[in-house]
Design a protein around this ligand. Structure first.
Ligand code: NAD
Length: 494
């Protein structure tokens, strides 16, 4: 088994305690590699290094910072296939989706490298004569980046690229379930010539390593993506410690299918959104809100399509749906089936671990469709994060929008309709952070803001220009060249 190390101050180092943990291949359960199980001391060393590197990185012109990002992107492109295979091996998603995960990392890196020559502020006329007013962006300082396992390449780049291009330094704590992809990304930064200390990576679990990142006094801002349970705790600690925090958490995303929809197209969108990445996307479609008139046809065809999906290892080119991440997640998904049945939902297909012996050892769950679900059921309100989707009946567009908006989360929604008026009414009435028309709930592009309302987040957005707001502070500057004291609001009073 290979052994991996933390990256602190430009050096590869073991955890000070010498403790390690192991990542596993979800397709087989096989152990893959040994990683440092980092403690408070390791995180302190990383935060110190990031803090020491901050003045010179902040003073490095942004176009020069960008050159390093361009080099990272070029290497990611060259090694895309190898990176995707490594990602599938430790995280389980099918190879073509792993390649998409890496591609999203490339796209984000190039986008943010471009921001190196677009760190625009603005000027505005002062309310007083002979006085200049302007505003510029400044880095926040040392950023703590805590990431989940489901997009082990894309999500770290969503955080690290805007943070670094803006002149911040970082302590990065990737998920303990997908550390190897984070290690590969770190190697790319090292090869690209990133100065020591600008990016520091500490491997480990949440309660020890993640908590230490949240609590270290030199880390002034925490960017967290993960579950609501953990994100809420992270936010509470950040509030107590007076730190800024950006939260991207769970989803309970819905696809609305109206009577006038192209049902074949809607089914394509549903299959991709509900069962892609085995339903383990924050934007996965775990609710299907279907109008009465098309419900029977839709359900029949959905079950037929779902039963054709091939479950298997992500590296097998014939696989449509890979394993889920770990045994705990498998148990959680399985437990939701009787919960739904007890509330009156019925399993139309799936609902169990596959009996096939060649999948023994891996963490597989059959793609599952629950029917007769109602909006108030737990399976229709809580994030399951697996290949399970629930069909809910709606009478009309208004009822569908009400059901769509009536969950504690607010990430992504979609509507299938051929009626342009209804599409625009839905765009207007849906209150999630992302809305798709005639496409599934997944497929975000890096140059648009990404994030959710309600319980999904705390108002920050990742990606696009919006990410720069997360990783910079505005500084307003007034330059008075009148030669006398001019008092705003007082000398201008009419
Ligand atoms: P998780 O909350 O279990 O873990 C996320 C990260 O937090 C991991 O690195 C973990 O080690 C760390 N962590 C755990 N406890 C911690 C603590 N006490 N203090 C600090 N850090 C701690 O989530 P997960 O299982 O890795 O990811 C799945 C979740 O992520 C789902 O809920 C999914 O919806 C969400 N997600 C959201 C988005 C989004 O953009 N909204 C994107 C992807 C995933």
């Amino acid at each position: 088994m290979d052994s991996f190390q933390n990256y602190i101050d430009g050096q590869w180092v073991s955890a000070r305690s010498g403790h390690t943990f192991t990542n596993h291949n979800p397709a087989s359960g096989a152990a893959l590699g040994r990683f440092p199980d980092s403690s408070v001391e390791d995180v302190a060393a990383a935060a110190d290094a990031a803090n020491r590197a901050l003045p010179s990185w902040r003073a490095t012109p942004a176009p020069q910072r960008a050159e390093i990002l361009y080099r990272v992107a070029a290497m990611m492109r060259e090694r895309k296939d190898d990176l995707a295979r490594a990602l599938t091996t430790e995280m389980g998603k099918v190879l073509k989706e792993a390649a998409g995960d890496v591609q999203e990392g490339i796209d984000m890196t190039l986008y943010m490298a471009g921001e190196g020559r677009r760190q625009f502020g603005f000027t505005t006329p002062s309310e007083l004569p002979n006085k200049w007013a302007m505003a510029v962006r400044q880095p926040k300082g040392v950023i703590g980046a805590i990431t989940p396992w489901n997009f082990p390449m894309a999500i770290p780049t969503w955080k690290l690229m805007p943070a670094l291009i803006s002149g911040n330094t970082a302590v990065f704590k990737p998920s303990q379930y997908a550390p190897q992809t984070a290690w590969h990304l770190t190697r790319l930064f090292e090869e690209a010539g990133l100065p020591p200390g600008v990016l520091n990576v500490v491997f480990g679990d949440g309660p020890d390593t993640g908590k230490a990142v949240v609590e270290h006094p030199l880390i002034s801002f925490v960017s967290f993506t993960g579950s609501n349970a953990v994100g809420t705790e992270v936010a509470r600690r950040c509030a107590e410690l007076g730190k800024g925090v950006a939260l991207e958490m769970g989803g309970k995303n819905a696809i609305i299918v109206l009577d006038d929809a192209d049902v074949s197209l809607a089914l394509d969108g549903v299959i991709w959104s509900a069962f892609g990445t085995s339903g383990q996307r924050c934007t996965a479609a775990s609710r299907l809100i279907v109008q009465r008139g098309v419900l029977d046809e839709f359900q029949t065809r959905l079950v037929e399509r779902t039963e054709k999906l091939r479950l298997g290892p992500g590296l097998d080119p014939n696989t449509d749906v890979g394993p889920v991440i770990n045994p705990a997640q498998l148990d959680k998904i399985a437990a939701y089936i009787p919960i739904g049945q007890a509330e009156g939902a019925r399993v139309a297909t799936g609902g169990r671990r596959p009996p096939a012996t060649d999948l023994t050892g891996g963490y597989y769950f059959e793609p599952t469709v629950l029917i007769d679900a109602r909006p108030e059921m737990r399976v229709a309100r809580e994030e399951i994060f697996g290949p399970v989707t629930s069909v809910i009946r709606a009478g009309d567009l208004d009822e569908a929008i009400t059901i769509n908006n009536g969950v504690p989360y607010g990430l992504s929604s979609s509507i299938f309709t051929r009626d342009i008026d209804k599409a625009f009414r839905a765009i207007d009435g849906i209150t999630t952070g992302i809305v798709y028309v005639n496409a599934g709930t997944i497929g975000a592009e890096v140059h648009l803001p990404f994030g959710g309302t309600r319980g999904t987040g705390n108002g920050h957005r990742e990606a696009g220009q919006a990410a720069l707001d997360t990783y910079t502070e505005w500084k307003s500057i007034y330059i008075d060249y009148s030669g006398r004291l001019q008092r705003a609001q007082i000398d201008t009073a009419s």
